[in-house]
Design a protein around this ligand. Structure first.
Ligand code: C2E
Ligand code: CA
Ligand code: CA
Ligand code: CA
Length: 283
């Protein structure tokens, strides 16, 4: 029995080692991938309440791995967040997003169109390190961009962490003219008091509330409630993950949120987004 017990534990340890070996391999690969330029951003349109304009685009990271093909951020962002890599990766994401804003301005600066803002996902780890406001400031200045050209997305769960540190970062970001959106709104365990406490301008309602919207009366009550709460606090709402016309029809009755979802557009490369914006301009 003793023997069997030890074996079990050894197997367990081997599993753990195997698991952590894989992790650290992926982590080392990520550092190399960053140097080799294997990461890229795609952009998903966020449509204005009337559905006529692309008000903003969310920058979403992808990893084109030489052997494995495209790897989802759901797989590698959590790993990056467990190591210091999230800081260099996060900085690269900010730089690349700003470079794209500059490209949009160069392309459409003279045209009579609203240039979409680029919405950047910032990890809680970046906020906790406490230099993300400075990085944003530096990158905007380097390209002569305005804070109003970009948006910052922070998850609801990040707001629950080191509140003093997060608050001072957000305060600095807002002072640069950048609007802040709460991502994955409704999925945390928070009280709503932080809507008063933090200088946020937008709520992004999580896709999990939208999936069953057409049939689930509770989801309908929650989503319409969140939208009217947001409206009465003068916050903009963005609804994520809209995939069907039926969902869109229901949402339109709820005080006109902005819409992001496969129904209207999937995330696309910078070139494809430029083509889309140009073709809309030509109409
Ligand atoms: P998120 O910030 O909630 O991003 C929205 C996700 O929903 C994206 O997945 C987007 O492609 C997906 N989505 C949008 N509309 C639809 C729809 O109609 N149907 C379905 N099925 N999905 C839809 P993606 O790009 O795979 O990103 C997953 C998550 O990875 C993000 O969730 C975010 O938490 C993280 N992530 C992605 N890019 C970045 C980044 O640049 N920085 C950081 N820190 N995290 C990122
Ligand atoms: Ca997001
Ligand atoms: Ca989200
Ligand atoms: Ca999410």
């Amino acid at each position: 029995a003793k023997e069997a017990g030890r074996n079990t534990r050894d197997y367990f340890n081997e599993d753990m080692n195997e698991d952590s070996r894989k992790r650290s391999l992926l982590e080392q690969n990520m550092y190399k991938a960053l140097e080799r330029g294997e990461f890229y951003l795609v952009y998903q349109p966020i449509w204005s309440t009337d559905g006529q304009n692309i008000e903003s685009v969310e920058a979403l990271i992808r990893w084109l791995h030489p052997e494995r093909g495209t790897i989802s951020p759901l797989e590698f962002i959590p790993l990056a967040e467990e190591s210091a890599l999230i800081h260099s990766l996060g900085e690269w994401i900010i730089q690349e997003s700003c470079r794209f804003v500059k490209q949009l301005r160069t392309c459409f600066g003279e045209a009579p169109v609203e240039i979409p803002k680029v919405s950047i996902n910032i990890s809680s780890a970046q906020f906790l390190r406490g230099n993300v406001a400075d990085i944003l400031n530096r990158e905007l200045a380097a390209l002569s961009l305005n804070g109003t050209d970009i948006l910052v997305e922070i998850t609801e769960s990040a707001l629950m962490m080191d509140q003093k540190r997060i608050y001072s970062q957000l305060d600095n970001i807002v002072s640069q003219g950048i609007d802040i959106a709460i991502d994955d709104f409704g999925t945390g365990y928070s009280s709503l008091s932080y809507l008063k406490k933090y200088p946020v301008k937008r709520l992004k309602i999580d896709k999990s509330f939208i999936d069953d919207l057409v049939t689930d009366k509770d989801d309908q009550a929650l989503v319409s409630g969140i939208i009217s709460l947001a409206n009465s606090l003068s916050l903009k709402t963005i609804v994520e993950g809209v995939e069907t016309q039926e969902q869109l029809d229901i949402l339109r009755q709820y005080g006109s949120p902005m819409i992001q979802g496969y129904l209207l557009a999937k995330p696309m490369t910078d070139d494809l987004l430029l083509d889309l914006l140009k073709s809309r301009l030509a109409q």
